[in-house]
Design a protein around this ligand. Structure first.
Ligand code: 5GP
Length: 188
């Protein structure tokens, strides 16, 4: 079984940038699981690439049928990882990265205790707020909600296998690269 790597961290911490850079390097066979969400696509996001965008009834049907490895409700929307998007790849030798929140991490660690977890954060909440505002894709309300969620998530960061402070992108990428390489080495 190839490694399962969970990456969590508040919105705006730079998680997706780090993940996409490492996926593009292709040092190891690795893919990002495409989650299902009931939120609407943001400008520039693509269905099937960033997320699968489903309706609430579609999501609830899959949830009741047990098709999700984990699922969570965040910011008034559902998010979930389909088991079919994880297990079969790992069995084929392809590592899977999950970009999921703390609620999802708790479920995956229970079901897949061999998963390696990484929490990405900024040094301060103020840095995060600046980044969220810089992104300018969200209403003030949404920004406030995300900052509140960030505070709750930060309180759990210590329980992850690794914590990465992303104040300097290249350093953070190098640290996550090393973690992924070790996860593959441990599976050999
Ligand atoms: P966003 O709406 O900004 O894309 O994502 C909001 C939060 O949902 C992020 O913290 C992201 O990690 C989390 N998230 C995205 N996909 C999933 C998923 O499949 N499961 C869980 N539990 N969280 C997810």
């Amino acid at each position: 079984m190839a490694p399962l790597i969970i990456v969590s961290g508040p919105s705006g911490c730079g998680k997706s940038t780090i993940i996409h850079r490492l996926l593009n390097e292709q040092h190891v066979p690795l893919r990002l699981s495409v989650s299902v969400t009931t939120r609407k696509p943001r400008p520039g996001e693509q269905a099937g690439v960033d997320y699968h965008y489903w309706s609430v009834p579609e999501f609830e049907k899959a949830k009741d049928a047990g098709r999700f490895l984990e699922w969570a409700q965040a910011h008034t929307n559902y998010y979930g990882t389909l088991e079919d998007d994880v297990g079969p790849w790992r069995a084929k030798g392809v590592g899977v990265v999950l970009d999921i929140d703390v609620q999802g991490w708790e479920q995956v660690m229970r079901r897949c205790p061999d998963a390696v977890s990484v929490f990405v954060r900024t040094t301060s909440l103020a840095t995060l707020e600046t980044r969220l505002r810089g992104r300018a894709t969200e209403s003030e309300d949404a920004i406030q909600r995300r900052l509140q969620t960030a505070q709750i998530e930060l309180a759990r960061a210590d329980a992850y296998d690794h914590q990465i402070v992303n104040d300097e992108l290249e350093t953070a990428i190098a640290e996550v690269r090393t973690i992924i390489a070790s996860a593959f080495a441990a599976k050999q």
